[in-house]
Design a protein around this ligand. Sequence first.
Ligand code: ZN
Ligand code: ZN
Length: 304
Amino acid sequence: MAEICLLGTGGMLPLPDRFLTSLYAEYNGKAVLIDCGEGTQVAVAKHGLKMSRIELILITHCHADHVTGLPGLLLSAGNSSRTAPLEIAAPESCIPVIENLMSVCGGLPYEVKLRALSDDRQSEFTADMIDPMLTVKTMPLSHRVSCLGYSLVLRKKPVFLPQNAKAMNIPVEFWKRLHNGETVTLEGGLRIPPEAVTGEKKPPLKITYVTDTLPVPELELFAMDADLFVCEGMYGLSDKKASMNEKCHMLMQDACNIAKLADAKKLWLTHYSPAEKEPHVYEDELREIFPETVVSDDGISITL
Ligand SMILES: [Zn+2]
Ligand SMILES: [Zn+2]
């Protein structure tokens, strides 16, 4: 089970009652953080979450509202006596900016590993530091600078059937590997596929996070069947569409349309403009497009 918390819902700049958009996802005591704008470490503490559990930070792009919280957060982790390495993954073109931001930290008591992700094509990697069953998938978005959308895909193990293993005289030391999806070879050469001792396959858990982009058609597939789709909605007024699209952002209505096409189970809107004081007033209209729309507030959380 994963615990998900949207630390903030603001875009551009933090407000006294609205932190910048950042997602915290914890699984088995280890957490992924997506985006780290100014004040993110305060939001982590405010919502009762543990900075020490963050093992991986994914950065969408190098605009200030998504990245300038890194030095403070890294320093705080060091002050909390962290010694284990921490990984930051970001679009390739962002890496020099992140290195510059880290230069103000003045030496951290742990290693920060940087992973450069392709700016212009989809990619994926296994997030071993969290769990070998967790895959991070990326999609290049359409913003004013290189920007990536992320999907966290957590494969779920099928049920293990010990009665099958016993009936086939498979020694217990092989059970864990089989449950992890490995084919094993017994003494004497007999090969056992994992399907022989496991139940039905379960669909993976999928969380998709997309912000700062035009509503490009590829998003439909990228967010397909997401259990939770977290997406920007800078404004709720339809007459802002032209100016939003000019600035390579999208409206709340655009996000709802993508969620509908992608058949997502739930949509959390975020990254509101500081000028959008009352995002909740659009709720009814938005739910007509996609009924499972949530106009999120800071600190909204869910267990999936
Ligand atoms: Zn932004
Ligand atoms: Zn941006």
